[in-house]
Design a protein around this ligand. Structure first.
Ligand code: AVJ
Length: 320
């Protein structure tokens, strides 16, 4: 069920989800936390700051690809359309598409951050007067039911940022299949996918010199301190980002710099020196590898747009 139908207690719902997921992830032999918990108000602000770091190329490059090719990307969606964005965040990239959409029936941003949805609504309403915005506070990794009154119009999905890279391939396939169902019938999806490249450039993007990505990662500990009465000493953990060649992914970890006990939601969690919490995967694909995943999810890949240096790709997928 999407959160839109549970508006009575969204905060309680999310807090419970956080506590349960944290205790589950920290009880495992290899500790981990789901990366969706990065995005509280502080984390969402830190992510926006990451996108302005010189090493973090994905946002800049994708914005360039979208700006240069938006007309072409939208040429199949000239009739009245519903634009559905999965994990809309600040909706900055969406503005590029919206600027070219003359016959939009509605824009449906879906995000787990209420502050991001509120800010986006404010900005977009100011720029596109009369835009019909139907925001959904929901976790798009579960199937989402769109408002039934949107049923008559064809759906164009938008999933930029290479967020698909946060999911292991089997999960990515499942997610793409769920999106195909959400957008059916006649659905189409524009999706951003980060590409395999020089490992030094990849690692630098997740370990910027200003320490913003480190602060973003460490905010998870601060968030547990704030919301779950946890006792993490932020000086006793450090940020780490590595590229794993066999999986083809960046991994982010929080490394315990010493043997220590930490209290979390009333439970004592032990960390050995150098033990880590795995906080994020960011898979990197070739065009061909991503096509296989899309096809396994029942999509037909059509056009692909890239930048001149082949750092990032934007794919057009259609439901056959
Ligand atoms: C928002 C998921 C696309 O994986 O590149 C950035 C998140 N994490 N730096 C990414 C992120 C660390 C980002 N996505």
């Amino acid at each position: 069920m999407s959160k839109a139908t549970e508006r009575s207690a969204p905060f309680l719902q999310q807090a419970d989800d956080f506590a349960v997921s944290v205790l589950d992830g920290l009880s495992r032999p290899k500790k981990s936390l789901p990366c969706r918990f990065f995005y509280d108000a502080k984390g969402s602000a830190l992510f926006e700051e990451i996108t302005r770091q010189p090493e973090y190329y994905p946002t800049r490059v994708e914005v360039g690809i979208l700006t240069d090719n938006a007309m072409q990307m939208l040429d199949g969606a000239l009739g009245e359309t519903v634009l559905v964005e999965f994990g809309s965040g600040s909706s900055v990239k969406t503005e590029i598409l919206l600027g070219h959409m003359r016959r939009l029936h509605a824009y449906v941003p879906i995000d787990i951050s209420e502050s991001a949805l509120t800010d986006a609504r404010e900005r977009l309403t100011a720029r596109f007067s009369g835009l019909n915005i139907q925001a959904l506070l929901a976790d798009f990794s579960h199937p989402i039911k769109l408002p039934p009154e949107l049923a008559p119009w064809p759906k164009l999905g938008f999933f930029p940022g290479s967020t698909i890279g946060n999911f292991v391939p089997a999960e990515a396939t499942r997610l793409l299949r769920a999106m195909r169902e959400t957008l059916s019938p006649r659905g189409k999806l524009i999706i951003g996918v980060d590409l395999k490249k020089d490992v030094r450039q990849l690692v630098a993007a997740y370990d910027d010199a200003n320490g913003v990505t480190a602060a973003f990662n460490l905010n998870l500990l601060a968030r547990m301190n704030r919301e779950l009465d946890a006792t993490f000493d932020l000086q006793a953990f450090r940020h780490a980002a590595t590229y794993e060649p066999f999986e083809g992914r960046i991994e982010m970890h929080l490394v315990s710099v010493k043997d220590q006990d930490v209290w979390v939601a009333g439970r004592k969690i032990h960390f050995r020196a150098a033990e880590t919490i795995h906080t994020e995967n960011a898979y990197k694909y070739t065009i061909e590898e991503f096509h296989l995943i899309a096809q396994a999810a029942g999509w037909a890949p059509l056009r692909v747009w890239k930048d001149d240096l082949s750092l990032f790709s934007e794919h057009e997928l259609v439901a056959p």
